[in-house]
Design a binder for this molecule. Sequence first.
Ligand code: AP5
Length: 243
Amino acid sequence: MAERTRGGSGTLGTHVGAVRERPVRQRSTTPGKIVVLLGPPGAGKGTQAAKLASALGIPKVATGDVLRAAVQQGTALGTEAKRFMDRGDLVPDDVILGIMKDALSQPDAARGAILDGVVRTVPQAEGLQKALGELGRDVSAVLVFDVPEEELIRRISGRVVCEKCQTPHKGLEPGDICPKDCGRLVRRADDEPEAVRRRLAVYKAQTAPVIDWYRTHGVRVVPIDAVGTPDEVRDRVLGALER
Ligand code: AP5
């Protein structure tokens, strides 16, 4: 049976992935778990990925961070990705599948992984399933972060990120120093209003269908009410993963 952590209706996350009754194939949630985070821009995937990785002692993989690091370093990957990212479009699937396979082949991925924004299209979900299948592994759970659209816009418009560690922050200004003392805080190019509108539209059109794809493939899909303090949301997620 599909699950839900707390109320929340009429919001982007539930709108795009309405909860339905479906049988859930039982999967391992012991060490080695692969957890997929889905949710619209600003839903808190990056914030929670860091908290969950720390709480569960497993690495996180964030394709957005990998791509932004490549842009900053001026690599061929970064140059190709930048023109898609800045206007709020998705980077082509083959680029993402390469990053995904590379991350899964790292030794620490044997302990499991939190996949933050790694899967955003049905071909990417299929590619991940194939890559994991070749390693004798599977997705343990898909967490769908549910936040009302006006709250997403509010969060994104107040966000700055560290140019080095990429940690998102609110209540600070561009040019301030990252509280972790590693770099300057900047605004993301794709946080400008036009790009944000495009990213929300792309989420509904291309990423929301991934939720149903997982349901129809018997993977455990858990909607998470992602409104509340970051620690409250983390505790809801950890509770859901234990069940
Ligand atoms: P990515 O960087 O992953 O962007 P996104 O998915 O649009 O998500 P965001 O980073 O905007 O938000 P988030 O959900 O992580 O929220 P956050 O924790 O920062 O990807 C960027 C681009 O890369 C894509 O548009 C695409 O071009 C490309 N890309 C990446 N992966 C791809 C793929 N698989 N396929 C194709 N292209 C790909 O939180 C937001 C703000 O809210 C922060 O300021 C934070 O401090 C604050 N906050 C967090 N939680 C809370 C809370 N509980 N309460 C209040 N404030 C909160």
